[in-house]
Design a protein around this ligand. Structure first.
Ligand code: BJW
Length: 235
């Protein structure tokens, strides 16, 4: 992947692994988030209906962790790529943290929602949210106490899929960073991009489930691999 000839449109998919070195736990590691909480207890609309307090408490804590975390060299490198790359670029992140933005990237799309956003199920408004939701605060727009985390749970439609599929269809290069490939539709993006002719590269600590679908895989921590790769791309 050293040569960037003919590459103009880049789509990057990021997962929990890119934020691991910022101190945010990944989902499926030994000490992962879901060791303490079964996914079906917290990350589904059914769980939220059954036990809203458990779910709100979980995300209140996640929100706090996100606010306390800082971007690492991998986020910084992608922000530099975003600033300096003249072609199209889209960073599709599955992460609900805002570390890409805080590093300075702007071409970022949060397909699984954002920890720092609250969604009112009464009036459909979304609000930047840094406080808690467990205490059932009123929606600043309509006053209803029906705010939920603005997060895409299992069985819900990820955000902006049309825009993502359009970008994948035009991509010359697809790069997947720090994601295990366990969750769809994101896990299928590599095939989508490849079927439209994109070159594909995986940067990960360990091989993802779909690793064999990539043209090239580089293994190591994101804080090392991503800056190295961005240096290559920008020459
Ligand atoms: C490092 C590192 C370091 C560590 N450096 N790397 C059967 C088949 C196909 C699909 C389905 C199916 N049954 C059900 C489905 C659908 C379902 C699904 O995929 N289920 C699977 C479990 C099978 N998907 C959905 O329901 C989605 N919606 C949907 O499909 O709608 C219909 C639709 C169809 C077609 C088109 C469009 C729509 C919604 C999925 C919502 C996912 N939500 C979550 C929770 C978000 C909120 C929260 O954060 O709490 O999103 S689940 C969780 O997993 C979170 C993550 O974004 C997502 C992915 O996890 P990620 O990022 O890959 O983390 P890990 O922990 O798995 O991996 C970390 C990686 O980092 C590892 O590889 C490490 O090696 C690496 N790493 N340190 C570099 N320092």
């Amino acid at each position: 992947m050293g040569r960037m000839d003919g590459i103009r449109n880049i789509v990057i998919l990021t997962g929990a692994g890119i934020s691991a070195e910022s101190g945010l736990r990944t989902f499926r590691a030994e000490d992962g988030l879901w060791e303490d909480h079964r996914v079906e207890d917290v990350a589904t609309p059914q769980a939220f209906r059954r036990d809203p307090e458990l779910v709100q408490r979980f995300y209140d804590l996640r929100r706090e962790n996100v606010l306390a975390a800082l971007p690492n060299p991998a986020h910084d490198a992608l922000a530099r790529l975003d600033r300096e790359w003249r072609g199209d670029l889209l960073i599709v992140t599955q992460n609900i943290d805002d570390l890409h933005e805080r590093a300075g990237a702007s071409r970022v799309l949060h397909m699984h929602g954002e920890a720092l956003s609250a969604w009112c199920t009464a009036c459909d408004a979304r609000h930047r949210w840094t406080g808690t939701l467990l205490d059932r605060p009123p929606c600043p727009a309509c006053g209803a106490a029906q705010l939920r985390p603005d997060i895409v749970w299992f069985g819900e439609m990820p955000y902006q899929m049309d825009r993502i599929f359009a970008a994948l269809a035009r991509a010359d290069l697809f790069v997947s960073i720090g994601t295990s490939g366990a969750v769809y539709p994101a896990a299928g993006f590599v095939q989508q991009a490849a079927s439209h002719g994109a070159r594909t590269l995986e940067l990960n600590l360990e091989r993802s489930l779909g690793s064999s679908a990539f043209d090239e895989t580089r293994l190591g921590p994101a804080s090392e691999l991503v800056p190295q790769w961005v240096d290559e791309v920008l020459g």
